[in-house]
Design a protein around this ligand. Sequence first.
Ligand SMILES: CC(C)(COP(=O)(O)OP(=O)(O)OC[C@H]1O[C@@H](n2cnc3c(N)ncnc32)[C@H](O)[C@@H]1OP(=O)(O)O)[C@@H](O)C(=O)NCCC(=O)NCCS
Length: 157
Amino acid sequence: MKLILKAFIMSIQFITNKNGLEYPLALIHLMAFPEHDQWQVKDFKQLLALPYYHVCLYSNSENCLQGFLLYVQILKEAEIITFAVDPICQNQGVGKNILKQFLKRMEQESVKKVFLEVAEENKKAYYLYNFFHFQIHTIRKSYYGKNKNAFLMIKNI
Ligand SMILES: CC(C)(COP(=O)(O)OP(=O)(O)OC[C@H]1O[C@@H](n2cnc3c(N)ncnc32)[C@H](O)[C@@H]1OP(=O)(O)O)[C@@H](O)C(=O)NCCC(=O)NCCS
């Protein structure tokens, strides 16, 4: 029953009109990421203006944004640029749902390879990517600062 309800009240949207989205995305990013990793409204505005950048939004039944995934899709490859869930909605399956719907969409669009970078210390995000069968391709040493490694992860669809 709980699962049925969850599926019913959530809504995933792949957005074509990105106008004005920089504000809600920056807000969620600000709340979800530690201070040194936060992106500003102007950062999102710049990225959203680029043609290959796309957004997947996750909202509840009141149309309140709970999370998003920003990605680039060019021909048969896609890259996850950033992905965040409002902290008060975390650990309730929102992130898993966004990734699931995103990967489904990529499959429909005949994308063959999805890749991303994730901090080695970001255990939860790593767990999720691993759950969806992303594999570590390369370890980028000190990518996020001294001794802060990143994993380049890839999933072939
Ligand atoms: C990463 C993030 C998007 C996940 O969203 P979420 O809604 O909390 O994720 P979910 O609730 O769908 O799933 C969390 C899973 O991680 C597991 N988990 C939670 N904490 C964990 C930890 N410290 N180590 C490993 N796994 C963990 C949970 O058990 C759950 O798995 P399960 O459903 O199989 O039990 C969210 O935490 C976030 O916005 N984090 C900050 C920004 C970020 O790191 N983004 C990713 C950048 S690459």
